[in-house]
Write a protein that binds this ligand. Structure first.
Ligand SMILES: Cc1cc2nc3c(=O)[nH]c(=O)nc-3n(C[C@H](O)[C@H](O)[C@H](O)COP(=O)(O)OP(=O)(O)OC[C@H]3O[C@@H](n4cnc5c(N)ncnc54)[C@H](O)[C@@H]3O)c2cc1C
Length: 284
């Protein structure tokens, strides 16, 4: 049974921030697909739930040439996976969104809820990492922006301070010839967090960016490995090298979803598969 709480649904970000400041312990509700599960199991008890879906500006989803993509905090995961412009320009993001849970769940869940929940295996984290996304935050001390890498601070922990909410996430624009791919391995297709999730992006300047989920306490960029890939072409030899080398750059643990050994193996296999797929599409 749910414990008792007051439910508030502000119309503006200012109202939301003021409420959070005056009522410490309030939990923000977006789609509720993480939050309601905790409340139902009494793993979380709170006096106030603040629903952000009534704030019109948080539903903004747009792309502007030269500026990039903006995703408001109330934008649904299905809106992201189904947007042709995202499929075209930020493919790994579209794929990761399409791989999160089931269609019904994606009709409630938000991208911002996914990163605020800060699971090490969050599907939407790795495409945001390879696109150098910026998190837009508003709180009692005003607005601030934070790079996505600095947003994740630990298992289920973020850099959000008391009274702050995330209002949206932005991704810089991409050049012609920029390509990316997301792949995940999960126990149950459509109903489970990744046992390993990986995004690889190859820019038009042949820079490689890699983001991984479920192989460390937070989703991470593999910066050292990226440096090693700097002067390497995408070809079968590099793909075979990557399959082995990646194991030196991840620190998986064993948990209910998979053993450490399995995660090492899957990391290599997925990375190779993505590189081969990009190569077959003409990425060099
Ligand atoms: C059956 C099932 C399957 C799932 N499968 C997957 C999966 O395959 N991959 C995956 O990554 N996840 C999965 N999840 C987890 C969940 O669906 C996602 O993390 C989802 O994106 C959360 O979004 P939400 O809008 O529902 O967040 P909510 O539940 O509303 O919120 C999540 C957390 O973020 C906080 N929060 C939300 N919005 C804000 C904001 N704007 N500012 C500050 N804090 C905020 C909330 O207070 C809460 O702590 C699954 C969940 C279930 C129940």
């Amino acid at each position: 049974m749910l414990s008792k709480f007051d439910y508030v649904k502000p119309k503006t970000v200012e109202e939301a921030v003021a409420f959070l400041e005056n009522n410490p312990g309030t939990r923000v509700l977006a789609g509720g697909t993480d939050l309601i599960v905790l409340l139902r199991r009494n793993l979380l008890i709170t006096d106030h739930i603040l629903d952000i879906k009534g704030i019109e500006g948080l539903h903004r989803l747009d792309y502007k040439e030269g500026k990039g993509l903006y995703i408001g905090a109330a934008v649904l995961v299905n809106e992201i996976s189904e947007a042709p412009m995202i499929q075209d320009k930020y493919r790994a993001l579209s794929q990761a969104a399409g791989s999160l849970a089931s269609h019904q769940l994606r009709n409630r869940a938000t991208l911002v809820g996914n990163i605020c929940n800060a699971s090490p295996g969050a599907d939407l984290s790795t495409p945001l990492l390879v696109y150098n996304a910026v998190v837009h935050i508003e709180g009692p001390e005003g607005k601030r922006e934070l790079g996505i890498e600095d947003f994740f601070t630990g298992v289920k922990k973020t850099a959000l301070k008391k009274g702050e909410i995330v209002t949206g996430v932005s991704l810089p624009d991409v050049q012609e010839g920029d390509s990316s791919y997301y792949k995940k391995q999960a126990r149950v297709k459509g109903h489970d967090l990744a046992t390993v999730g990986i995004s690889i992006r190859r820019t038009s300047e042949q820079e490689t960016l890699m983001g991984m989920a479920a192989i460390a306490p937070t989703p991470i960029r593999l910066r050292e490995l990226e440096k090693k890939l700097k002067n390497r072409d995408f070809n079968e030899e590099t793909a075979n090298w990557l399959k082995e080398e990646i194991k030196n750059h991840v620190k998986p643990i064993s948990d209910v979803r998979a053993s450490l050994e399995y995660r090492f193996l899957v990391s290599g296999a997925l990375a190779k598969k993505i590189m081969m797929t990009l190569m077959e599409e003409g990425v060099k």
